[in-house]
Design a binder for this molecule. Structure first.
Ligand SMILES: C[S@@+](CC[C@H](N)C(=O)[O-])C[C@H]1O[C@@H](n2cnc3c(N)ncnc32)[C@H](O)[C@@H]1O
Length: 317
């Protein structure tokens, strides 16, 4: 790059300004290159008045006004969001055409039989930042298509404002508060929680631990029994007493098919150890829900590993 040029924009100095009045007293030269590189998008009024060195657009030979800076940022945002949506659509297409969707038919059948009214997604991650999240989002959109397009609501603290716009365009609504997965339901709900941490599953089951609510849940997430196997019964019960109760009444466990079925060059590892889980209503009969309370604040309740979010509330569909 020639001296005097930054990123395609020319720093026009007195040397290059023929026939123009030049300040007699040399004005202070820019102390850092930042002064001018930032001016690429917006030449501030300070720069234009205090420096003889003016940043000019190569094409128009005019300073760039601030609104053009905003335009550039805006169009970069729009491009990133459009690109994200097309990546998700392309993954949906792969799921549909590779045969993977066909292998999901048993899962879809169980879901259709469960007949959820809505889908809650926790812990998808940031689709903008992660191809794994894109795959996971693509999968739930495809499953939802098979379910007749239910309302989908999502929350992950890792999402960005660009993720939010993209999710909105894909008809996924945002949950505006961090519920810590403690949403107590009053309608049949599919919870999609791919690769979430154990405490989130525990919170969810705990918040819904009643005869009425727990059968309304169907969870597509990590296999709970695997935590128990890995941690040993005693440690598992210490950490996740409600997951242990859930496992006692477990009915359905159907793991997602292997990702080789996607027929993509690099396995995304987006659906590993992910299965549909729900309780068997008949097994609930023998369960003592004696300590069950709507607000779950009873003395007999085991303590959560973190402070309970006051904002958790019952959702009515
Ligand atoms: C192990 S990562 C999994 C991310 C992604 N699903 C994947 O498989 O790569 C767990 C995710 O849970 C999210 N998470 C943590 N606390 C959460 C909360 N209270 N509600 C929803 N998601 C949460 C994290 O931000 C993170 O994206």
């Amino acid at each position: 790059m020639r001296s005097g040029e930054t990123d395609g924009f020319t720093l026009v100095t007195a040397k290059y300004k023929r026939g123009r009045a030049v300040h007699k007293t040399p004005a202070p030269q820019p102390t850092t290159s930042t002064t001018h590189t930032t001016s690429l998008y917006a030449a501030t009024s300070t720069e234009s008045t205090t420096s003889t060195t003016t940043v000019l657009s190569k094409k128009n030979r005019r300073t760039k006004p601030i609104h053009q800076h905003q335009d550039v940022t805006q169009s970069a945002n729009t491009a990133a969001i459009d690109s994200l949506i097309s990546k998700i659509n392309s993954k949906r297409y792969t799921i549909r055409t590779s045969g993977y969707l066909t292998s999901l038919q048993p899962h879809l059948d169980i879901l259709l039989e469960h007949n959820p009214d809505e889908i809650i997604c926790y812990g998808l991650g940031s689709p903008l930042a992660s191809p794994v999240s894109q795959w996971q989002l693509a999968l739930i959109l495809e499953l939802n298509h098979g379910l007749g397009t239910l309302p989908i609501l999502a929350f992950d603290p890792a999402t960005t404002s660009q993720d939010h716009i993209a999710l909105g365009k894909l008809n996924v609504s945002l949950i505006s508060i961090n519920e810590e997965a403690q949403r107590a339901v009053s309608c049949r709900t599919l919870f999609y929680m791919p690769h979430c941490e154990q405490f989130l599953y525990e919170n969810l089951v705990r918040a819904n631990w009643s005869k009425e609510r727990i059968p309304q849940l169907i969870i597509l997430g990590n296999r709970f029994a695997r935590y128990r196997e890995a941690q040993g019964l005693e440690e598992f019960k210490k950490r996740s007493v409600f997951l242990d109760l859930f496992l006692e009444c477990l009915d359905t466990v159907v793991e997602l098919p292997g990702e080789s079925g996607l027929r993509v060059r690099h396995c995304p590892y987006a659906f590993t150890d992910t299965c549909l889980q729900r309780v068997d209503r008949n097994k609930l009969v023998s369960i003592d829900f004696g300590n069950e309370k709507d607000e779950d604040e009873g003395e007999n309740q085991p303590e959560l590993g973190f402070e309970k979010n006051d904002s958790s509330k019952t959702k009515t569909c």
